[in-house]
Ligand binder design. Structure first.
Ligand code: AMP
Length: 212
C-alpha cells in the first residue's frame, strides 16, 4: 500500500506519520527528514537544499524527485510506503505516479490533514525535535517529560531554524498544498480530508480508519 500524507506545515503530518508507521509497520518516507539528514552530514545535496530550506522555500523539483525516486527504488520500499512531505505539487505527484505505475503500483490513499492558519503559526512555534532520534514534541500539545530532553533516547531537543515565526509565515504561504495537487488526488478518487484540529489520538484514529 502506498499513501501520501498532505497538509500544510504544522498540520501534524510528521507526528501522525510516525504513529501510523508504528501501528501499521508501513515504511515512513519524509523528504524533509532526508534533506535534514543531508544538511547534518554536510553532503553536496545538503548544501544546496539548505539554501532553500533556510528561506522557507521548496527545494527544486528536479533535486527532490531524484532523491525520492532513488529512495523508493530500495528494497524496503517494495511493498509500500507512506510519503510525508512529498509530493508538494502536481509535477512531483505525477513523477511519483509514473514511478509507481512502472512497478504496477499506485497511490492508494491521499490523506489531507486540514488546520486553519492561525492555529498553524501557534503550533509551529512550539515544536521541538530530538537531535538523535528525530522524535517530535510540542510545548503545548505533546511536551517531553523533561524540557529539552527526549523521552525515548535522552537526546537533546532543538527547534528547527525554519520554525522561527518570520520563516513560519513564509512557509505557510509557499507550502500549503496547492489546490491543483488536492484536485489531482480527488480526481483519482483516493482523497480523504481529515480535520486536524482535534487531539492527536483522534486524528490518528481517523487516519487509520481511512486506510483500513
Ligand atoms: P518538511 O519537514 O516536510 O516541512 O520539509 C522541510 C523543508 O524541506 C521544506 O521547507 C522544503 O524546503 C524541503 N522539502 C521537503 N520536502 C520537499 C518536497 N517534496 N519538495 C520540495 N522541498 C521539500
Amino acid at each position: 500500500m502506498f499513501i501520501v500524507l498532505l497538509g500544510p506545515p504544522g498540520a501534524g503530518k510528521g507526528t501522525q506519520a510516525q504513529r501510523i508507521a508504528e501501528s501499521t509497520g508501513l515504511l515512513h518516507i519524509s523528504t524533509g527528514d532526508m534533506f535534514r539528514e543531508n544538511v547534518r552530514n554536510e553532503t553536496e545535496l545538503g548544501k544546496v537544499a539548505k539554501s532553500y530550506m533556510d528561506r522557507g522555500d521548496l527545494v527544486p523539483d528536479e533535486i527532490t524527485i531524484k532523491m525520492l525516486l532513488e529512495r523508493i527504488g530500495r528494497p524496503d520500499a517494495a511493498q509500500g510506503a507512506m510519503f510525508d512531505g512529498f509530493p508538494r505539487n502536481v509535477v512531483q505527484a505525477e513523477a511519483l505516479d509514473t514511478a509507481l505505475a512502472g512497478r504496477g503500483a499506485k497511490i492508494d490513499h491521499a490523506l489531507l490533514i486540514s488546520v486553519p492558519d492561525e492555529e498553524l503559526v501557534a503550533r509551529l512555534g512550539g515544536r521541538w525535535i530530538c537531535r538523535q532520534c528525530g522524535t517530535l514534541y510540542h510545548e503545548r500539545n505533546d511536551p517531553p517529560k523533561q524540557p529539552g530532553v527526549c523521552d525515548k533516547c535522552g537526546g537533546e531537543l532543538y527547534q528547527r531554524d525554519d520554525d522561527r515565526p518570520e520563516v513560519v509565515r513564509t512557509r505557510l504561504e509557499k507550502q500549503k498544498p496547492p489546490a491543483d495537487l488536492i484536485d489531482h488526488y480527488r480526481k483519482h478518487g483516493v482523497l480523504t480530508e481529515i480535520d486536524g484540529q482535534r487531539s492527536l489520538d483522534d486524528v490518528t484514529a481517523s487516519l487509520l480508519e481511512a486506510i483500513r
